[in-house]
Structure formats: C-alpha cells, structure tokens
Design a protein around this ligand. Sequence first.
Ligand SMILES: [Zn+2]
Length: 512
Amino acid sequence: MELLVVGLDGLSYNMLDRFDIDPKYIGRVTEEGVSGDLMSVDTPTTLPAWTSFQTGTDPGTHGLTNMIQQSADYDVSPFETNETEAAVYDYLDDTVLINLPASIGREPSAEDTHLVSAMLAKDKADAVPPHLRELDSYDDYILDHDKSLKKRPSVYFDHVCDITRRRRDFAREAFDEYDPRFGFVLFSTPDWAGHLLSNFSDDAERATYYRQLLTVVDECTADLAGLADNVLLMSDHGFEKKTRNIHVNDWLADRGYLQVEEERVTPQHLAVAAAKAVGKRSDWVYERIRRVYNYIIGTSVGQSLQEAAESEVDYPNSRAWELRYGCLFINDDRFDQPNVDDPEALKRELKEELATITGPDGEPAFRDVLFAEEAYADPGEWAPDVIARPAPGGYPTMLDSPTDEPVSQTNNYNHRYRGMIAAEGPAFCTDETVEGLSIVDILPTLMHVLCEPVSPTFDGSVRHDLLAEERAVETMSPTDVPRPRLRTADETSQTERDEAVEERLADLGYIE
Ligand SMILES: [Zn+2]
C-alpha cells in the first residue's frame, strides 16, 4: 500500500500528556515524523469533521454543521450523509476505506474502490457492502459499542479494546484481499472512551482505563502501519477536561430572546428540580449530583432524566435559540413561523452580547463569536447564524443551568477543536512540527502525495510543510470532478437508519 490513513477518533496530545500515556508507535511517529495539532471544524464533532475529511470542504459547503439538524417545522433529527460533494471514494481509484462515518448511502464513483461505512448506518450489514461481508473476519467485526456495558467500566473497556482488535483484523483482511494503493481505517474507540471518562470521579481511575485502551489502539495502529509505505495518523477533533458548562439557552431565555414551553411535571422533573435547588446552595452537593447524573445518562433511566433537565424550547415563539455546541439560529423566514423583523440586526446584537458572557472567574465564556460567513468559506442557507466557540475548558451544553447563571462549573470530558496529526514515510518530512493545519487540508494533501490532481471544489489546500519534496500542485478541471453516486436498491430505509442513529447519538449526549 502506498499510503494508509489511520483515523484515531477524538485523540489529542493534551489527553496523552494529562494521563501520562506514551503510546509506543504513535509516540515514535510523533517524534521522528512530522506532527502537530489538527484543527477541526465548526462544530468539532464526528459527523461534520469526518465529512470535511472525506470531501476536503468545510461544513458550510457540505452542510453537516452539527450532529443534529433542524427543519423548517422546527423538528430536530440526526444529520444525514452529504449527497452533493464528491468525496475521497469518488476521487481515488484502488482504495479501501474501513469505517468511514457519514458515508452510508454513497456508492464510490472511483474504480476498484471499496467503502465500509460507519456512524449513520443502521447496522453492520447496512455498513458493509455485500462483497466485503464475505471476508472471514466479518463475523467478528463490530460496528458499534454495546452501551449497556457502560454500567460496569471494566467490562466496557474490555469491550472497546475488543472492538478495536476486531476492526484491525477486518481492515487487515480487506487490505490483504484488495491490495489497495490507498487505505483508510478509523478506530472510533478513543472517542467513545473519552465520553465515558466523565463518569469517573478521579483522574487516576480515568488514566488507568484510558491507558488500557490507548495501548491496544496503538498496537493495532502499528500492525496496520506495517502494510504501508507512508502512514498518516489523524483525529477529527480532540478531547479535554471541561471545567465550565455554558448554558446559552438559559441566557437567551433570561434576555427574552427565547421562550420555554410550559413545564411538564413528572417524577423526573421533580427529581431534577430538587437536585437543582440543592445544587444552588452547595458546590459540593452539586458536584456529587453531577457525577451521578453523568453516570446515569449512559443508561435508559438517565435518558428520561436528561430530557427532564432540558427545557423545551417554544421555537415558534422564540427569536433565537442554540442548537447544540454554540450554534445559534434566528427564527427568520427559513422557518415556518418566523418572527424576527430584522434578522441581520439581531445577528449583530447576539454576536456582540454573547462575547460579553463571562464565568465566575470573570474570564470570557467564548474565545470567538462568529457569523457563518466568518466560520465557513461558503455557508449554505441552513448554516447556524452565529457560532460561539467556547474558550478552553468550556462546554456549550443544552442542559439547564443548575444555578440559573449562564456559566456553571463542571468536571467533565468533552470535545475540543484541536485534534492531532502525525505522519511518517518517504513522502513526509522528518522531525518536524507543523502548525495551523486544518482537517480540510488533509484530502488535498493526500491526493497530491498520490500524484493526483486536486479538486477545484476543495476549501482546503495542499500543505507542503508536511511533505518531503515540493512539487507543483495540479488542479483538475471542474468538468473532471466526479459526480457523487448514491446507493441504488438500498436494502435499508432512511427511517430505519434514523431510528438506529438517534439512539446512538442520544447515548453520546448529542441529542439531549
Ligand atoms: Zn469524533
């Protein structure tokens, strides 16, 4: 294989440093090859970021700006695979991609290119095309984790280690069978484990489990790396410890921008109201409640409590709201019941005011507050109107504030913008650190490494600072850009996929 990309979902160097983990192979490539931080997209989450990787475009262009989307009638649902942008499996012949998120329903346009999809697929058979189901290791291949095992962390971590090894086995057999020029495999488990770190009470316990998994991920990465001349390791976003939750919808409601529906009174609501009342008076009690809360949101009991801890937005009567991770939407004429006279003025007002939100320490809650056109090269109609990027350690949550203040304390692990990249092999330079690299630059750079012309549709560009030799970049003519192909005669309906995916996203906290 000429070039292999190993995706390490959610991995970043700060997490290895925090837990004092020095994975042998990943550490060596970082030291001896070319490495650095890799900037994710808005929002720094799995579906937007891997869609940017596969298309070389930012979320303004491909449309997946978040894990969930809202339609004109205010209904919220998981995002679906992009169907308009050409992707890596359309550009590159002779390629095998194992476990690429947000690609279900797409059929490679390239010759001899094989695509195994991941997140957004209904199940294993939906994700793996029929001819790849013939491989011996298919039976043991696991698409998704069993969330019921989260109740027992030691069992859960053994389970994710097992998933990692079986994915390695499946990828290796597929690479052996098809002998591709370019290969991709994603290990999702660092992301799943990262989310579970919130459930532990101290960093020593977190370190033990995280180290156990990273050791397995590192071994499996090294195994597959042995099959390729050039290897590039990358994540889609990083993780970090969060010390502050930012409650944008509470803040919008306080200022009259957002209306909340009449509260339903259920036992879960009473439990949450009681917890909030106690939490307001004591940080210590609040911290204990939070831990229990983080623990149970991985369970079915937790799902109903989680719903109760989030007020229902009365969308038609609101002027603006947050739809996850600092993305604000204005109730303008994209929606069925618009009620904002001057959306541009409201956008400017919100941008200015959001920048003034501070936490208990007086530090700004957000590092940047941007309009869509500042965050994206070419934002589509449904891009968020305002994007508030949290300051380090801050997490924009949809859950109600336990203190009624817009910023509350937490002790959690969640996504951050900066992920990681490290590469080695004759195509890459050695012993170098690179800065300012974005995930949209990866596909153009890989295509250039493979001596293929880059696409004029890319938002990213070839990053020569990663490469051993500088050659002129060729660009294909717009008429040569392949047309995306969709799977015909699909065995699985979109509704079936949506149901499976909603459950998965709720488990990871994306649908709150
Ligand atoms: Zn991810």
